[in-house]
Design a protein around this ligand. Structure first.
Ligand code: SF4
Ligand code: SF4
Length: 383
């Protein structure tokens, strides 16, 4: 077929492949009315994370955020799930783990670059005045809902978009436009009787029908800045950002590992970093090492808090001096309090020296939440 006989949609699909977009689909820009009640209910019962776009109407009605929307182009980029150079295991050197969606360069940047290139192409090809609004997960629209409508895959019971080719290991982005395209067919749900993600979730965050209580999700909890609620600390294991469990257990993800995009390749020393050095990392070094990753968007404090929890979960006694230093010197109550909890988990009960240290530190502590952590650690070690 000659190039001129192809429709604009066909030419866009061909161009998307040249750009390195792994999957593309086209949907109508009709309101997502079917989600309105669900989102309102979610907010009402407090199951939202608070990181979502706050205006529900704008998430449902494309016409509120775009002048005369006709179509939405949905794109997916597949990301790697296995490291090629896993850091060597050295006895006593404990490492944390960033979830896979944080490997490599921040996916927001990668998606934006691909979408900008696609938009530039469409602008050149279209015979009329065209307008666009690209967005990734911080935008108004719900990525998975758009992708499902555009036929990229179905939304599983884990709430994620599952594609046939790449499983759920895809980053999603979408472009609203005033151009009209023939819509693609949505894919029917393929979960069947499977409940692996629901039973595999360590915090019971998944409600069973694709909805979740985002506040119970470790992916959300590892991104908060305050004290980590006690019930999640042990469940975090050694993760310091995000959670991959409901993806790892999904049969659609079995054997899926794609290395299409150089910039998504993880730096093993950074996505599985040694934990102890993280506790004293400077702002500058943190930015240099982790600044490019999606997992650094909340700054270094949540990562350091999570690293302390991971050290506690390893019961790493060699971390005690560094944890005591945090208690004595760190200016942030969340770090002092979490370190006190970790010392309570790791230290031996008969260690009078550590108990005396904690009592002295407790007497100097002015933050109420941290004080509570000190008290609990002292009580545990004296029991
Ligand atoms: Fe549960 Fe982890 Fe999935 Fe969140 S990301 S729903 S905590 S398994
Ligand atoms: Fe669906 Fe099973 Fe995958 Fe969950 S683990 S999303 S239930 S197929």
């Amino acid at each position: 077929m000659s190039g001129t006989s192809l429709s604009l949609k066909e030419r866009i699909i061909a161009e998307s492949q040249r750009i390195g977009i792994n999957k593309i689909g086209f949907a109508s820009a009709e309101p997502f009315i079917e989600l309105e009640e669900k989102l309102e209910k979610q907010q009402e019962v407090g199951h939202h994370s608070g990181f979502e776009h706050p205006n529900i109407k704008e998430r449902i009605y494309p016409e509120l955020i775009f002048d005369q929307p006709c179509s939405i182009i949905s794109i997916a980029l597949a990301y790697p799930t296995k490291m090629t150079n896993v850091p060597e295991r050295v006895k006593g050197q404990r490492r944390g783990q960033f979830a896979r969606a944080s490997w490599g360069t921040d996916y927001h940047d990668i998606l934006r670059e691909k979408m900008d290139r696609l938009i530039a192409y469409i602008k050149e090809e279209a015979q009329e005045e065209v307008t666009f609004k690209p967005m990734v997960d911080t935008g108004e629209l719900i990525d998975v809902a758009v992708a499902q409508r555009a036929g990229l895959g179905f939304i599983g019971k884990n709430g994620l978009l599952i594609t046939e080719e790449f499983g759920s290991y895809v980053y999603l982005g979408e472009i609203i436009t005033n151009l009209a395209f023939a819509a693609d067919e949505p894919v029917p749900n393929g979960c069947g009787d499977c409940t692996r993600c629901i039973t595999g979730c360590p915090t019971d965050a998944l409600l069973g029908d694709g909805r979740m209580n985002a506040k119970r999700c470790l992916s959300f909890q590892t991104q908060t800045k305050g004290m980590m609620p006690l019930e999640y600390r042990k469940k975090m294991g050694h993760i310091i950002y995000g959670c991959d469990i409901c993806q790892m257990v999904c049969p659609y993800n079995k054997g899926k590992d794609f290395h299409f995009h150089e910039e998504m390749e993880p730096i093993p020393e950074d996505v599985a970093p040694l934990l102890q050095p993280l506790l004293s990392i400077s702002n500058k070094e943190f930015k240099q090492r982790f600044g490019v990753m999606a997992g650094s968007w909340r700054g270094k404090k949540p990562i350091q808090r999570n690293a302390i929890i991971a050290l506690a979960n390893y019961r790493d006694k060699t971390a005690l001096p560094e944890l005591l230093r945090c208690i004595a010197e760190d200016p942030r109550p969340v770090i002092r309090g979490t370190a006190a909890w970790a010392v309570g988990q790791i230290a031996s009960q008969e260690d009078d020296e550590i108990v005396s240290f904690l009592i002295e530190a407790f007497q100097k502590e002015s933050d109420e939440e941290a004080q509570l952590e000190f008290q609990q650690a002292i009580t545990k070690l004296k029991a």
